[in-house]
Design a protein around this ligand. Structure first.
Ligand SMILES: [Zn+2]
Ligand SMILES: [Zn+2]
Length: 354
């Protein structure tokens, strides 16, 4: 069937007229022929223009699956947040009820000071960044008419999209400098909460590593005690002892597992931040690198200002003391820029002279 892509009306006319033209030789009922014609147009819309590639076809075929995942993630967001709070609180309860008395009774004063100071600093950093990451809006493009530059129009919102903005299917709106939608935060990670997200991952990983390293010997003792329990006829441990052993094993297994998994994720995000990319841009830039390589050219990310400057921009470090006050202490400062317009690297090579 031939049809003109320039006019939707013409297309609809084609669909409606086709059964009339062939009436003489087609004996199928009209409604079947209409559905057939509609399905053919739908199928042809997949390879409608020259820009259509395997990705578009893949996206279209798996659209129902993506929709289901988005829908489930949206509704389970609160459950995931609840899970994070419950698991973290359980570790905290074990640390205060089981570990702290043990540390106070058996450790030397310098070690007591280290555990109390480090443990509480790490806890404050985790709680602050998690709260801020979940409660801070990632940043949305303006909905009113404005003069800010845009690079595309969102098909879903039918609104102009500034550079680095992407549409989130779960939030169902466009997000400034979107990185990804995080179910553990029940929020999108974008321009205004990217730093909180990364710091939360970093400090939670540090907390997990701290717990699994400092609780390693306790874990081995607790594990051995449970092992010997089955072999000795009269177990020497009271109910309280057994509960302590089980809590230590639970804490060590959970913190070690989360430490490894979250550590890998944090490391990956650290690589992306060093390159001045978001998770989505990593995917886009990868394709761009390939496309340019085929033409014998090298693609350079326009939002990368050099490794160190990328970190300074990310953490909002404008002077040396900010490495302490804005990175190692809780800080609610807003990120560099408004998320609508971006400085590109040829203009600002030495972005912040620290
Ligand atoms: Zn959108
Ligand atoms: Zn989202």
């Amino acid at each position: 069937m031939r049809w003109c892509p320039s006019s939707v009306l013409h297309l609809l006319r084609c669909v409606r007229l086709r059964p009339c033209i062939r009436r003489g030789r087609n004996r199928l009922p009209l409604w079947v022929r209409e559905i057939w014609a509609y399905m053919s147009v739908l199928a042809q819309s997949l390879y409608f223009n020259s820009l259509t590639d395997s990705d578009v076809v893949f996206d279209s075929v798996f659209e129902p699956l993506f929709w289901t995942v988005d829908y489930v993630t949206r509704w389970f967001g609160t459950v995931f947040v609840f899970l994070v709070v419950i698991l973290t609180s359980s570790i905290l309860a074990i640390a205060y009820v089981v570990l702290l008395p043990l540390v106070l009774n058996t450790y030397s004063p310098p070690w007591i000071a280290w555990h109390v100071c480090y443990g509480h600093w790490n806890l404050v950093m985790i709680a602050f960044h998690y709260y801020k990451a979940t409660k801070t809006a990632p940043g949305y493009p303006p909905t009113e008419k404005n003069d800010s530059p845009f690079v595309a129009v969102c098909k879903k919102c039918v609104m102009p999209k500034p550079a680095r903005t992407h549409h989130c299917g779960i939030c169902n709106r466009c997000i400034l400098k979107m990185d990804h939608h995080c179910p553990w935060l029940n929020n999108c990670v974008g321009h205004f909460n990217h730093r909180y997200f990364f710091s939360f991952c970093l400090f939670l990983t540090l907390g997990c590593v701290y717990c699994s390293i400092s609780g390693r010997n306790l874990f081995i003792d607790a594990y051995n005690s449970i092992e010997t329990n089955y072999q000795t006829p009269a177990p020497p441990y009271t109910f309280k002892d057994k509960m302590i052993h089980k809590s230590i094993i639970y804490m060590w297994v959970l913190t070690s597992t989360v430490g490894v998994a979250l550590g890998a994720l944090t490391l990956w995000h650290a690589v992306l931040i060093s390159r001045g990319e978001t998770s989505i841009e990593r995917h886009i830039n990868g394709k761009e690198i390939e496309r340019m390589a085929k033409r014998g050219r090298v693609y350079k990310n326009p939002y990368s200002y050099g490794k160190l400057n990328n970190w300074k921009v990310f953490f909002g470090v404008e002077k040396k003391s900010h490495w302490v006050t804005r990175v190692l202490l809780p800080s609610g400062h807003t990120p560099h820029g408004d998320g609508l317009t971006w400085d590109v690297f040829p203009v600002k090579k030495d972005l912040i002279p620290v």
